[in-house]
Write a protein that binds this ligand. Structure first.
Ligand code: 5RP
Length: 271
């Protein structure tokens, strides 16, 4: 591996081998997602606690201070929307020159295995890897399910993750699943981070799945809505950081969450 590639990977994956990526890219197909209407404000207090930010170039330029030194994973696929015919018909939206100009640590692209546009999205990934590797930039593949959240079975996720790695992704982002997640990890020869999907009912559920996924070999998370759509996003990211980087149990993470939540309530009442 070249120095540049090694250095970028080291920016993303911390010395303990773990990673907490904070995605705020949802607007590229969802528009002004709830609590991400003003991305700069959403992440203000959260930025110090993530290891990298997953973002499009538009939000990076308009909402992130260039003095920020957090590693950037640039979302470079898109071209479809929630109201369009088919979310899976994505193309490449951002050139490799732009990624270099923006000084990013990695680029990210979605693949849609099993969809009508499976072939296009997989060939887009392969082409992107060819270009990005030339400049020492790692590609993170996002195994997207579009609106079909029920697709999140171990068999399907293992298939997508392995294909992404075979085509050259250096990191794979996939979903955690209840049954057989260890098979997803075993079948994927590159590091796997877990996304959260839509907000779940309780914080404890999030802590449990993040903890379980890490026990089964995931290196961490690329977790968005379950952090910044929570009423107490700072408490949420700190609790998740404790699981990812300090091996906290779900119960310990819950205690961290509750104590920061109580402090925040006191501070809010004082204002
Ligand atoms: C959306 C993405 C997100 O980065 C990914 O889904 C993680 O976010 P969340 O935890 O909110 O699902 O690829 O396009």
């Amino acid at each position: 591996m070249d120095w540049g590639m090694k250095n970028r990977m080291a920016q993303l994956i911390q010395p303990d081998g773990r990673a907490l990526f904070l995605p705020i890219d949802h607007g590229y197909f969802q528009g002004p997602t709830r609590r991400l209407e003003e991305p700069g404000k959403t992440i203000e207090s959260l930025l110090p606690y993530c290891d990298a930010l997953f973002v499009t170039r538009g939000v990076l330029r308009s909402s992130i201070d260039p003095n920020n030194t957090k590693p950037i994973i640039l979302r470079v696929s898109g071209g479809t929307s929630m109201v369009g015919k088919d979310l899976s018909a994505e193309g490449i939206t951002t050139s490799i020159e732009e990624a270099i100009r923006l000084n990013v640590s990695a680029i990210g692209i979605s693949i849609f295995v099993g969809s009508d546009y499976e072939r296009e999205s997989l060939l887009n990934l392969a082409k992107l890897v060819d270009e990005a590797e030339r400049y020492g930039i790692p590609v993170m593949a996002v195994t997207a399910v579009g609106k079909e959240l029920e697709k999140r079975s171990a068999r399907y996720l293992a298939l997508c993750s392995r294909i992404a790695a075979e085509l050259g992704a250096r990191v794979v982002k996939t979903y955690w699943c209840d049954d057989g997640f260890e098979k997803v990890i075993r079948g994927c020869p590159v590091p796997v981070v877990m996304a959260g999907g839509p907000q779940v009912d309780t914080e404890f559920e999030v802590f449990k799945f993040v903890h379980d996924g890490i026990q089964k070999g995931s290196i961490g998370v690329n977790l968005g809505r379950n952090i910044w759509q929570n009423d107490f996003p700072l408490a949420m990211i700190k609790a998740i950081r404790a699981i990812v980087h300090e091996n906290a149990t779900p119960e310990e993470a819950n205690d961290i969450f509750n104590s920061i939540k109580e402090d925040s309530k006191i501070q809010m009442a004082r204002k």
